[in-house]
Design a binder for this molecule. Structure first.
Ligand code: ZN
Ligand code: FE
Length: 255
């Protein structure tokens, strides 16, 4: 069984640490900074870093790779179509890799960046800056339709899948979610819970696919009330869910 811990980095990033207690090997996802990982390894000298999983090329996700690679024998996995430092295994959609004795499926999720990938193992999703708790990544490289399609693939995973994204953006995402769906009781309840958690300095991750489907407006663009909110914003009839998605994403950019 894999144990998962968040190593905080920068102001709001989490580097996910995966541990296999049976072999004392560990892996990290998106080490934007080597220091938190090296500090953990120094405190746990019996553990070996064997794998580094990268979701996309942004500096806050790959900035620590070179230093970790120099200090360890870890294998670096990353998207084939992006420039990832020290990448050993270049991955594309539907590839399967074995990490810490477990198979992970690679899911291409273009939108935030064009080559962005997610890693899925039954019950676990590492999705970088694509699906956030109650939100989604900005469209730096892709189109709204690409991101909408990517999020739809992730939303189709089993409901009990735990969602490990890279940033602690949940509270601000939920404030936006509450503006989109003021009448959604699940959103109001989650906003109250997350407000308390953040006041206490508690991490709000992981989420689950089930919770995201109930409270993440970007996964709820087929809901009539969400569509009507988008129509209100644009003064037009947004007839397809990906059009509603585009309106929400543009609204969130200036919210
Ligand atoms: Zn990013
Ligand atoms: Fe990021």
């Amino acid at each position: 069984m894999i144990q998962i811990t968040a190593l905080p980095a920068f102001t709001d990033n989490y580097i996910w640490l995966l541990q296999d207690p049976s072999t004392r090997r560990c892996a990290v996802v998106d080490p934007g900074d080597a220091a938190p990982v090296q500090a953990w390894l120094a405190e746990h000298p019996e553990w070996v870093l064997s794998d580094i999983l990268i979701t996309h090329h942004h500096h806050d996700h790959v900035g620590g790779v070179e230093r970790l690679k120099k200090a360890t024998d870890a294998t670096v996995y990353g998207p084939a179509s992006e420039n990832i430092p020290e990448c050993n295994v270049a991955l594309k959609d539907n590839d399967r890799i074995n990490v810490l004795g477990h198979d992970f499926d690679v899911i291409a999720v273009p939108g935030h960046t064009l080559g962005h990938i997610a890693y899925y193992h039954r019950g676990l999703l590492f999705c970088g800056d694509t699906l956030f708790a109650a939100g989604c990544g900005r469209l730096f490289e892709g189109t709204p339709l690409q991101m909408y399609t990517s999020l739809s693939r992730l939303a189709a995973l089993p409901e009990d899948t735990h969602v490990y994204c890279t940033h602690e953006y949940t509270l601000s995402n939920l404030r936006f979610a509450a503006a989109v769906e003021p009448g959604n009781p699940d959103t109001q309840e989650r906003l109250a819970t997350v407000t308390r958690q953040r006041e206490a300095g508690i991490i709000t991750l992981p989420s689950t696919v089930a919770l995201e489907k109930r409270t993440n407006p970007f996964l709820r663009t087929a809901e009539t009330s969400v569509k009507e909110k988008a129509d209100e914003r644009t003064g037009t009839h947004n007839s397809a869910p990906d059009m509603v998605f585009a309106v929400l994403r543009a609204w969130k950019d200036t919210f």
